[in-house]
Design a protein around this ligand. Sequence first.
Ligand SMILES: Cc1cc2nc3c(=O)[nH]c(=O)nc-3n(C[C@H](O)[C@H](O)[C@H](O)COP(=O)(O)OP(=O)(O)OC[C@H]3O[C@@H](n4cnc5c(N)ncnc54)[C@H](O)[C@@H]3O)c2cc1C
Length: 383
Amino acid sequence: MKRILVLGAGTGGVVTARELSKNSGNEEGINLLEIIVFEKEEKSLYSPSLPWLMVGSRKPNQIYENIRKLDAPGLKVIKGEIEKIDPENISVTVNGEVYKGDYMVVSLGVEQVYEQPLAAYGHNFFTVKGATKFNENLEKFDGGKIAILISSLPFKSPAAPYEAAMLIDDFIARSGLSSKTEISLFTPEGGPMEFAGKELSDELKGLLEQKGIKYYPNHQFISVSENTLVFSNGEKYEFDLLAYTPKQQSPVAIQNSALAGESGWVNVDRNTMETAFPDVYAIGDITDVPLEIGVSLPKIGFFAKQQGAVVAHNIGRKIAGKDPDKSFNGEGQFFIEYGKGKASATEGNFYTSPTPEVKMKTPEHLSHWSKWWSEKYWFFKNF
Ligand SMILES: Cc1cc2nc3c(=O)[nH]c(=O)nc-3n(C[C@H](O)[C@H](O)[C@H](O)COP(=O)(O)OP(=O)(O)OC[C@H]3O[C@@H](n4cnc5c(N)ncnc54)[C@H](O)[C@@H]3O)c2cc1C
């Protein structure tokens, strides 16, 4: 019986495990494949809903599920921190025990680095705890300055801070506090979502302008004290409420393994997602896929899902003695909430040459409902 090790029960890991399980022929009492998922957390988080949590449109327990719910015939979840990854021997060490497999799919995402003093003055909205705390403070807010800070590059979900800013603006407008509130977004980027070209970047900037959100690109954060942000260009900004993205890096287990490329992230074949080690795949945020325009493929869940489905399918083919016949082609889509029950759909092909052919639609109700549906479908399908 073949054994497949799936590292991580986040977006990519869940899709991979579910797809493998669905087509495995496993039933109660008949196990043709063994799928083992390793996860350090009790809960699998659906991150696209974090901005909704920030503005009170979701409760924490609506945006995650217990990993035990993934268990199925031939599919089991082992809770524990992956301590060591040995891609040459297709094995991992978890809770001191070594598990060897025939195939391995690595979907460990990014590791968030806990940073003081940022955590003392603001809320890391890339976590359930931080987004919840931000919401508690927003509910009590009665006017003043709200800052959204992209503290360092790279960061996953390149649209999330912009989406958060627009949803916060919507909340403030509904609370009747617009006239006494200033919302500002600071980032080291030259512009939003630059990987998708200048036109799209300008369109997103235009949406911020429409809402009166102040935008400060090329602002590299260096320190915070007494509710004041300090940037490398010497500028300072005093705030009353702060939401920030944390420093993000490749997980230590990857950095200490032979899978880490020069950047620390994992290099893969951009179509099959296979690493330099045969039968070892990496998908989602942990990978580094350079694009022709000189930046890397953005770290978004849509890609992790697509890549997981491709890899699961191709592993199934290999096990059946057939050639892999699916590939990830760079097509992607995500929604940016605008407020007023509208969202912008951003979609296209990120692999086109010489630049990605990606378009952003004007905010509309349909796209908001598409995002809403994606969340519902995620939990319905997988848990
Ligand atoms: C605020 C926010 C909004 C977003 N909005 C969108 C959106 O609208 N659309 C979209 O497409 N994407 C969105 N994303 C991005 C999306 O969530 C990620 O790209 C996606 O989750 C990546 O999937 P992954 O499987 O690579 O990593 P993850 O989903 O992060 O999963 C990695 C898993 O590995 C586990 N893990 C890590 N290290 C270890 C270890 N050593 N041992 C055991 N387990 C370990 C982690 O606990 C985690 O469960 C958003 C992200 C954020 C933060």
